[in-house]
Design a protein around this ligand. Structure first.
Ligand code: AMP
Length: 187
């Protein structure tokens, strides 16, 4: 089963993705985590990605599509994947379709976690303190939000039109939201 987690930065999809992965045994893949690892290790891909990430900009699609190809071909993805942080553009969504079709798979569900901007800004200040992420400073965060609304939000309609979109009310406690996810995913 292939599940996409969609929503603005700070909406809680990473946390919910981990809970869902643990419950279903489907691996959660976060392009943000993969890129941060690559940047930390100083690989060529990581070096290329780093400057975009620090500014809150999207890493170019060709880098992401290369990463996706590797991830979706790996044995851990044989049962499908929970996609956290991708696709983030229509071009990436089309690449996901193509790469899954090559493996006779498809996107099964898109969980959309919507949260208002003011609430996101409040949450992100807490996360910056707790995790110390370089791109959680208010300036980079605002930029990520602008990029999300411009480049990623169109995916909401893209998937809604295909009847795949499942809207999750992403306010409340972590267990409350996890229970909503469980109900909608059916496992
Ligand atoms: P995240 O951890 O998902 O918030 O991602 C952190 C940063 O990594 C983003 O602000 C982007 O710079 C980059 N990134 C992660 N996933 C993608 C993606 N699918 N496409 C482009 N850039 C990405």
């Amino acid at each position: 089963m292939n599940i996409i987690l969609l929503g603005p930065p700070g909406c809680g999809k990473g946390t919910q993705g981990e809970i869902l992965a643990e419950r279903t045994g489907i691996v959660r893949v976060s392009t943000g985590d993969l890129l941060r690892d690559a940047a930390g290790q100083g690989t060529p891909l990581g070096q290329r990605a780093k400057s975009y990430m620090g500014q809150g900009l999207l890493v170019p699609d060709d880098v992401i599509v290369g990463l996706l190809r590797e991830v979706l071909a790996s044995p851990k993805a044989s049962k499908g994947v929970i996609m956290d942080g991708f696709p983030r553009t229509v071009a990436q969504a089309e690449a996901v379709d193509t790469l899954l079709a090559e493996r006779k798979q498809q996107v099964d569900q898109v969980l959309f976690f919507d949260v208002a901007d003011e609430e996101l800004l409040k949450r992100i200040t807490g996360r910056a303190r707790a995790e110390g992420r370089a791109d959680d400073n208010p300036e980079a965060f605002r930029q990520r939000l602008v990029v999300y609304r411009r480049d990623t939000q169109p995916l909401v309609d893209f998937y809604r039109k295909r009847g795949m979109l499942v809207e999750i009310e992403a306010v409340g406690s972590i267990p409350e939201i996890a229970a909503r996810v469980q109900k909608r995913v059916g496992k």
